[in-house]
Design a protein around this ligand. Structure first.
Ligand code: ATP
Length: 514
């Protein structure tokens, strides 16, 4: 556990030191769970957004984009259920005065059971070596089976109680499991209460005429209320999707996990409109497609898993999370939700406008069903960043810190380094920068010995270092050093563009989804 915490602290301090993520308003002591992205973070975030947008909008001829406003008519949040039901169950510890989400305390307890299972698997892998059959072990080892059953039973009970709004049972469960406050160890808990997560604000110049608004807690509703606008103006035929990325705001109860849980964050959501009755089929299609998108980035298959929901939100008839192994364990990264006709149907009722689709083949009108994929951009950033940050032992006994970002997402694709600050080497290096900058983000670095510059770029996540030396002046070649293997090769300046392009081109990365 201590190790996990240390690793996570390293991730946070590295993100700050290398210009990826800063605490918001830091010189005023910060604002809790709000963060700013620095010079490198802004690029990484933009690249992740683009990687998603291309996969969803550009590569699917039946999915189009949208950019709807953050402010929306307040009745939208009545219709969507957010005013009445966008609550989290909160519980306070009377001794430490710390506030928690009751469901998260219980999920963390189950997470510990999962870690125990992982430990058993590791031990057995060592013991049985080559002949180890993981699937068989998971289903036959009594200890593992018990942990799994215990975890499943707890989540099932919690899901049922949350669905029935039986908050007394949630409290009872916390007591039965003997869950203590992670800060103080105290088990002196208050009752569980519901807390609405929406931020309110006002629109209008005078106090009397001002209208109460909410900052949107999700981007999805902007898509639903524009369903007909897009369908009609784009002559879209079902099945089709609308995708958008943008800010969302939630007054999260517990916000102690860096950019995993923020009060202002960005979502990348896609609503896929389908014929009623086909939702099961599309649910499976989108689960698979989204998992392939994740795997295409090469962060390791073992770091992902699906988690099917026991507790379904008021709008859903099926839901699964894609969970990722964050530094603090497996947690939700993306949600795939079969939302039925809840949203469009509800907006019809509240607005009095028809939100239906006329099917020319069957000559019938219907309210389409919706399949949603919803991922947090900041959470995806954390997944990529934390997974990429590695400490490597080198052959000469030293260690290096390297940020092995997928090259397609790296903020800077290459650093151009003159070996010395004289003899005309900086001039040639600048010429290379001036040529490459039309195609890629590249940086020029001449400070310190070249070995230190390599280390700096490793920690920065830059996939290539290009060094200009005296031989360059003679034969127009440079050395190119690969961040991950640290191998160096001598190549012609004229070939640089192609070498970098091959490594960072979005097309070849996205093709891995096929
Ligand atoms: P959680 O259970 O972690 O609170 P959720 O189930 O409420 O998440 P959704 O409403 O399904 O999340 O939102 C879709 C995605 O948006 C999530 O999978 C996550 O990646 C992202 N997300 C949600 N809340 C936050 C937040 N406070 N900070 C950053 N990302 C978030």
């Amino acid at each position: 556990m201590a190790n996990q915490e240390d690793n996570f602290k390293k991730v946070i301090s590295h993100a700050k030191e290398y210009g990826y993520v800063f605490q918001s308003s830091e010189i005023y002591d910060g604002l809790s769970a709000i963060y700013d992205y620095g010079q490198n973070g802004a690029e990484l975030k933009k690249n992740i957004r683009e990687y998603w947008w291309k996969a969803m909008v550009q590569l699917n001829d039946n999915i189009v984009g949208l950019d709807s406003a953050i402010f929306m008519h307040p009745t939208i949040w009545k219709a969507s259920g957010h005013v009445d039901a966008f609550n989290d169950p909160l519980i306070d510890n009377k001794d430490s005065k710390k506030r928690y989400r009751a469901d998260v305390l219980i999920e963390d307890y189950v997470g510990k059971l999962d870690s125990k299972i992982e430990k058993e698997v590791k031990k057995a892998t060592k013991r049985f070596g080559e002949s180890f059959d993981k699937e068989q072990f998971l289903s036959t080892n009594q200890r593992v089976v018990d942990y799994k059953e215990q975890g499943d039973a707890i989540l099932k009970r919690m899901g049922k109680s949350l669905e029935k709004e039986d908050l007394a049972d949630i409290r009872a469960l916390i007591e039965e499991l003997d869950i203590a406050c992670p800060m103080s160890g105290s088990k002196n808990w208050t009752d569980v209460k519901q807390f609405n997560l929406m931020f309110g604000t006002k629109l209008g110049a005078s106090a009397e005429s001002a209208m109460d608004l909410y900052l949107r807690p999700e981007t999805a509703q902007g898509i639903f209320v524009n369903f007909l606008n897009v369908q009609k103006s784009g002559r879209m035929k079902i099945p089709f999707g609308i995708a958008q990325t943008g800010k969302a705001f939630r007054n999260e109860i517990v916000a102690r996990q860096f950019i995993f849980r923020m009060r202002e964050f960005e979502q990348m959501e896609m609503q896929f409109f389908i014929q009623p009755g086909t939702q099961k089929e599309w649910y499976d299609v989108w689960k698979e497609k989204r998992m392939k998108w994740h795997l295409s980035l090469g962060l390791g298959q073992d770091n992902y898993r699906f988690h099917d929901h026991d507790k379904l939100a008021h709008y859903a008839d099926a839901a699964a999370d894609i969970e990722f192994r964050f530094p603090f364990g497996f947690k939700e990264l993306e949600g795939i939700h079969s939302r039925t006709d809840f949203d469009l149907g509800s907006h019809e009722k509240f607005s009095g406008k028809k939100l239906q689709y006329f099917d020319h083949e069957t000559n019938k009108n219907y309210v389409p069903y919706v399949l949603e994929t919803s991922i947090g951009l900041d959470r995806m950033f954390l997944a990529v960043f934390s997974n990429s940050l590695q400490e490597e032992e080198l052959e000469n006994g030293t260690t290096r810190t390297v940020l092995k970002l997928p090259a397609v997402l790296a903020p800077n694709k290459a650093a151009i380094l003159p070996l010395l600050k004289k003899d005309g080497l900086p001039e040639v290096a600048h010429e290379i920068v001036d040529d490459l900058k039309w195609d890629f983000n590249v940086i020029y670095d001449e400070k310190d010995a070249v070995g230190r510059r390599y280390r700096r770029q490793d920690a920065n996540g830059t996939p290539f270092c290009i060094t200009v030396d005296h031989q360059t002046l003679e034969d127009k070649t440079v050395t190119i050093r690969h961040r991950d293997s640290m191998e160096q090769e001598r190549v012609a300046i004229a070939d640089l563009k192609e070498i970098i392009h091959e490594a960072v081109d979005m097309k070849s990365w996205l093709k891995k989804m096929d």
